[in-house]
Design a protein around this ligand. Sequence first.
Ligand SMILES: [Zn+2]
Length: 290
Amino acid sequence: MPAPLGFTGAWLDRADQLRTDPEAFAAATADPRARCLTLDGIDFVPGNDGTGLRWELLDPADARAPMLLGRDERGIPYFVREPHPAQRIDARSRTVMRLLPLLSAQDLALYGGARSLVDWHARHRFCATCGSPTELFRAGWGRRCGQCRAEHFPRVDPVVIMLAEYDGRVLVGRQRQFAPGMFSALAGFVEPGESLEEAVARELFEEAGIRVSDVAYVASQPWPFPSSLMIGCRARAEGSALTLDETEIEAAIWVDRAEVRAALAGDMDAPFLAPPPLAIARHLLEDWAA
Ligand SMILES: [Zn+2]
């Protein structure tokens, strides 16, 4: 059975009703049990035993606005603070990529959501409509312009990631920046004015020169670097001849189930190195190979 998808399965109730109820929200921030996620910029700080997330009691003296992550089954509210205005945000922190395996699946999901949210606030201090400063509202799940009152909400960027299948084999490709030997599913951002099916077909044609039909949804995964929603799909290719867009794809190969299973098992003589456990591309390969 494929493993659960990384960054899914957060254990808090998001408690949306608290976001729009100022009295209930004030009561939550005044709860002496309220916790606040410790971050270094937008990177998490490991807990005291070297694993898990680090939580502190919500400090009423901290001037930065608390943003509500949710409530646990005991009703304890969990927050993360708005970033310092001067905070430098490192959107591609190598340190955090190394630390992610320290987290349980549930903590990873909670951290991923908090990271995307804090990162969005750091990059949306000014109104996209009129350029005036914005301020946080809805318990951190939006920003409102102080001048024109336009409301802005945390964005999620859809990305299709897919395996094209032809004659018992699937297509995997590699980008120059991948680890040596690693191949993964092809992927690309969905553009305005296209369906997921059309985005899958366009990306596979642009990057690999193949035409596909029968696009089917498999699974999705939030990817908080910074705010993608990875939408995993499969498609049937009409042929196997490739024309690669070498600015995007360095190499691409068709692999059969035995080769995919060997790669997933980490066999030394597998034709490629499989993507890491947190990547939905690995889940797509596991799902197909099963
Ligand atoms: Zn405005």
